[in-house]
Design a protein around this ligand. Structure first.
Ligand code: ZN
Length: 242
């Protein structure tokens, strides 16, 4: 099976549509959360994702905050402003869809969690040590995460501690070996100083991770953010990918 892996779309429809056009040949979709927050197209993005073939989707911290499942005072002021704006936009049907999402799931012997398998909604896997400890919190060969918006691969071969960190080069294919925690990067708000949208195709038969970056029309989404009155910092950072 060829599975499209997307994460942290953050209501950026321009980036999402560009990824879907580029990805074209896939059998199922796994979405690792944060469908909304920051961007101007929350309903459009949720509806587009809901329509994707064989969708499995989990909840991110921005999704949970928009539903008031978690306290928005934990967010920085600008992220919070975007969440409040999103709350006013969200249709009842799309809010219900978000509410139905699990925080963590196992599918085809792969674990999906937005932040980490230990604390699915909140924990950031930003260093080797934290990632290494998280191998105790899932039983499958692979765990896919988002949340940091940084494409990385942590491998823990033969129980060696700590895990090895790999930052993959854009548009390369990696052959996976158990066990690994893998982040595809962010579709709608990349933060590794590469403004291109990030995604992956996971070929489960070959255990190959096709890590992809694709340029999209950043200006197009920035114009809608400006018109919506969304925080300036979030608009600016899309150009530089941080
Ligand atoms: Zn996010």
């Amino acid at each position: 099976m060829r599975i499209l892996i997307i994460s942290d779309i953050h209501a950026n429809l321009t980036a999402l549509n560009t990824v879907l056009e580029a990805a074209d040949n896939f059998d199922a979709t796994w979405c690792l959360g944060d469908l909304i927050g920051y961007g101007p197209d929350p309903n459009e993005c949720i509806e587009r994702i809901r329509s994707l073939p064989g969708l499995t989707c989990i909840m991110g911290n921005h999704d949970a905050a928009t539903l008031n499942h978690i306290d928005t005072t934990n967010f920085n002021p600008e992220a919070r402003a975007a969440i409040l704006w999103t709350q006013n936009q969200l249709t009842e049907s799309n809010a219900q869809f978000l509410s139905s999402l699990p925080e963590k799931i196992e599918i085809n012997e792969v674990t999906l969690a937005h932040g980490s398998p230990r604390h699915p909604v909140w924990e950031y896997l930003l260093d080797n040590r934290t990632a290494s400890h998280n191998f105790d919190y899932f039983n499958t060969d692979y765990c896919l995460v988002g949340h940091t918006h940084l494409p990385v691969l942590y491998t823990l071969a033969d129980g060696n501690f700590p895990a090895r960190l790999t930052i993959p080069e854009a548009n390369t294919d990696l052959t996976l070996k158990p066990r690994a925690i893998i982040n595809p990067g962010s579709v709608g708000q990349p933060r590794d100083r590469d403004p291109r949208a990030a995604y992956a195709i996971f070929d489960t038969d070959q255990a190959v991770w096709e890590y992809r970056r694709v340029a999209y029309d950043v200006n197009d989404v920035q114009k809608r953010m400006l018109a919506a009155g969304l925080p300036e910092r979030h608009i600016a950072r899309l150009s530089a990918g941080w």
